[in-house]
Write a protein that binds this ligand. Structure first.
Ligand code: DX5
Ligand code: ZN
Length: 223
């Protein structure tokens, strides 16, 4: 897909009873499908267990970006990489040994990403910068789709961009991304965008993915 902007639609607000068809709607225009895995422990919501998620990963025509909102994620994260997820994101707050888990994910050929919740500072994780393929700065409290974008997180996005420097690390934002908010996130330094309700509540989800990418690219050209 185009340039250095990636759009990764979240299927959290899609119709779970017909996920194949929901994914098919956006497959040809999406860089990844963002799969929100919630265990009802790390967050107060449940989505998929490992067996269901593995089937989605195996049947998806688009690479899967697995966002694990799961407690004690160290081993599960490696299982997701082994199951074929193209990218696996662990939460700093849920991981005991971050370095070993990132290595384990990469040992199966997946990209390894580290996420922080809105209340978690990024500075504590600078030591892992050489081991990470993507940072995820949450722009809502994890747990539910359809929440309001937290513009106050843009300072953290800017600091993370500075921390990344010239390394080829992607910088993802997740939560409340829409045509109204994507430019603010691009300007702060994000390059990888999760969009859930903006895409699946749109009349034409594929067209919305295209519109989000265009909006991001145009604000990148003219910040
Ligand atoms: C929230 C999830 C998000 C969510 C985004 O915990 O991690 O990926 O699906 O949905 P929207 O775009 O509706 O905020
Ligand atoms: Zn997510």
């Amino acid at each position: 897909m185009s340039g250095h902007i990636r759009i990764t639609p979240s299927i959290l607000n899609a119709d779970f009873s017909r996920l194949d068809q929901e994914i098919a709607k956006i497959a040809s225009v999406s860089d990844f499908i963002h799969l929100d895995v919630m265990d009802n422990i790390f967050v107060p919501n449940f989505t998929f267990d490992f067996s269901t998620a593995s089937k989605i990963i195996a049947s998806s025509p688009v690479p899967i970006d697995a966002h694990l909102m799961v407690a004690d994620v160290d081993q599960i994260a490696i299982d997701y990489a082994e199951a074929g997820a193209a990218s696996v994101t662990i939460h700093a707050e849920a991981t005991t040994n971050i370095s070993a888990t990132l290595k384990g994910i990469k040992s199966h050929g997946a990209r390894a990403a580290l996420a922080v919740k809105p209340g978690t500072a990024i500075e504590g994780y600078e030591e892992f910068v050489g081991e990470i393929d993507m940072f995820l700065i949450m722009t809502v409290e994890p747990g539910f789709g359809g929440q309001k974008f937290m513009e106050s997180m843009m300072e953290k996005v800017r600091r993370t961009r500075e921390m990344i420097g010239s390394r080829p690390i992607w910088l993802q934002v997740d939560g409340g991304i829409s045509l109204e908010t994507i430019e603010i996130a691009v300007e702060a330094g994000a390059d990888t965008f999760v969009a859930g309700s903006a895409v699946f509540k749109a009349e034409d989800p594929a067209q919305m993915v295209i519109a989000l990418r265009e909006r991001a690219l145009s604000s990148k050209l003219h910040p």
